[in-house]
Ligand binder design. Structure first.
Ligand code: NOJ
Length: 553
């Protein structure tokens, strides 16, 4: 299992209210105790933090808010000693506008080689007063910003698919390619196990930057009934990844390249993990699937099929720093259209139901073959902060969308480690860069450790079993309401709201329906997402519960 650490919010060692590298290093034992194999660290590079570090000003320097290069080395060293591999984030689609390259591009003027590292264009209209095309920023508003030239006149425009402080690089320029190859080597030489590649589907834009006026988010536009936007999933990205594959191959040991590519359908996404390209890509189809047996079954089957065809492992993910935490998502009716960020005046989730379904969904996920990704705090059952005051929000989405979309702050709230400490033990003092809800005391790690049936202990037990039964390297077979070799031979069908599968010797039953179902007679329960009841030797699996069992007979 790969565990995502969001450094700003994991653990704060110096009390400034922002998580940091020594904070992570100090908590690595927790990750070992949980059963983590590798961690992926979101960006900690020098950055003005306009998009929480996804706006990098220098890819080889550590932002002082997170620590120093010596802190990185200490983290890598301790992780290696504890048997944890560390993957870092690489942000190649754009830099910060405070990157030396962009500053030089502004100073050097139109037509200069410095400008050619980015996507500068003249504006339309008589005086170039209109943006060069109609593309929209993922965070809202136009994707173009006009600059003031050094002589004080209104000048060219530059493309920023994200925030205005994140200018897109020109990946047709060989200097950009060479620089990122060098950045890869820099971090591989320091001992990282690989990279999570930000916006991996966005680096190449269609020639001529043709018009595409539809509103879009990261994923939208890849649906089969719409043309692909001219900035997502262009053929040219694959050549870049073939080059990176060759670099990584030069290094000893297993190194991994993971794509953050919001690409549909699964077959198209699988092209990123062909044998000579990247190694894994996040399976956002799975993350986006509603709590429905039919939908999950389809997405699992298609994901496995698509990656099997190219010989790559499938991945599974339910939460990350960009989406509503799944304990909250599942607290709404399946298929409900959820806003991008929830505020106090929005409909609120059913927190109890959400957590119950989240735990069931996690046990289903951790039973599947492939690589599972867990986002910090989900092992505590953390929900989204859905009543955060709007005036503390920091995600640029909130501002850029004209306060239409609240954005992602609700899933980025600092982790509660101790129920009774200031900032719940996130740091030594009371500060935390985003407020923690008053109700979070009982989610704290120390309130759950050693407590049978707590979310933390369920994750821990699941990860231990996943390792012991090598489920990640296993293979899935759906069970069609009938299990061979049962004591009494067979079981009647469970109906359309139940998922039943085997992975090796582990039998998995997820009840997504409204009625309890019976576990096949003779099965030995290994783990369940909630406490189970048993009467006359028959184990009943209530609604919204997943069970792992061994079948005897
Ligand atoms: C995806 C990252 O996960 C997200 O947090 C960021 O805002 C965008 N890419 C832009 O870098």
């Amino acid at each position: 299992m790969i565990y995502q650490v969001y450094p700003r919010s994991f653990a704060d060692s110096d009390g400034d209210g922002v998580g940091d590298l020594p904070g992570i290093t100090g908590r690595l034992e927790h990750l070992v105790d949980l059963g983590v194999d590798a961690l992926w660290l979101s960006p900690f590079y020098l950055s003005p933090q306009a998009d929480a570090g996804y706006d990098v000003a220098d890819y080889r320097t550590i932002d002082p808010v997170f620590g120093t290069m010596a802190d990185v080395d200490a983290l890598l060293h301790k992780a290696s000693r504890l048997g944890l591999r560390v993957i870092v984030d690489l942000v190649p689609n754009h830099t910060s506008d405070e990157h030396a390259w962009f500053r030089a591009a502004l100073q050097s003027g139109p037509g200069s080689p410095e400008r050619d590292l980015y996507l500068f264009r003249d504006g339309l209209g008589e005086h170039g007063e209109q943006p060069p095309n109609d593309w929209k920023s993922v965070f809202g508003g136009t994707a173009w910003q006009r600059v003031t030239e050094s002589d004080g006149t209104a000048g060219q425009w530059y493309l920023h698919l994200f925030d205005v402080k994140q200018p897109d690089l020109n990946w047709q320029n060989p200097k950009v390619r060479a620089e990122f190859e060098s950045i890869l080597r820099f971090w591989l030489d320091r001992g990282v196990a690989g990279f999570r590649i930000d916006v991996a589907h966005g680096l190449i834009k269609a020639p001529g930057l043709p018009s595409y006026s539809a509103e879009h988010h990261l994923l939208h536009g890849n649906e089969e009934d719409r043309p692909r936007p001219p900035y997502w999933d262009q053929e040219g990205v694959h050549e870049i990844y073939r080059g990176w594959h060759r670099i990584v191959e030069e290094y000893e040991g297993d190194r991994v390249l993971v794509a953050e590519a919001w690409v549909e359908p699964a077959q198209r996404l699988a092209r990123y993990v062909r044998p000579d390209e990247l190694h894994q890509s996040f399976n956002f189809d799975y993350l986006l699937a509603p709590w429905s047996a039919a939908a999950l079954r389809e997405v699992v089957t298609e994901s496995l099929q698509a990656t099997d065809e190219v010989g790559a492992p499938t991945t599974w993910v339910l939460s990350n720093h960009d989406v509503l935490r799944h304990a909250t998502r599942f607290g709404f009716a399946p298929g409900a259209v959820l806003p991008n960020g929830i505020g106090a005046d929005d409909p609120q989730p059913d927190a109890e139901l959400g957590l119950r379904r989240a735990r069931a969904a996690t046990l289903l996920m951790l039973a599947l073959p492939g690589a599972a990704y867990v986002y910090q705090g989900e092992e505590l059952g953390l929900p989204e902060h859905t009543t955060m005051p709007d005036d503390v929000r920091q995600d640029p989405t909130w501002r850029r969308s004209g306060h239409q979309h609240r954005g992602r702050d609700g899933c980025r709230v600092p982790i509660p480690w101790q129920g009774d400490a200031p900032s719940y033990g996130f740091g030594p003092g009371p500060r935390s860069w985003l407020p923690q809800p008053a109700s979070w005391r009982h989610y704290a790690l120390d309130a759950q450790q050693g407590v049978p049936g707590s979310t933390y202990e369920v994750y821990r037990a699941a990860l231990r079993l996943r390792r012991a039964h090598a489920l990640g390297a296993g293979s899935l077979a759906w069970v069609e309401g009938r299990v061979d070799g049962l004591v009494d031979g067979q079981v009647d069908g469970w109906g359309p709201d139940v998922l039943a599968l085997t992975n090796g010797e582990v039998f998995v039953l997820a009840n997504l329906g409204g009625e309890p179902i019976e576990l096949p007679e003779g099965s030995v329960v290994l783990l369940a997402s909630q406490l189970l009841t048993q009467a006359d030797g028959v184990v009943s699996v209530p609604p919204d519960v997943t069970v792992w069992a061994r079948l005897s007979g």
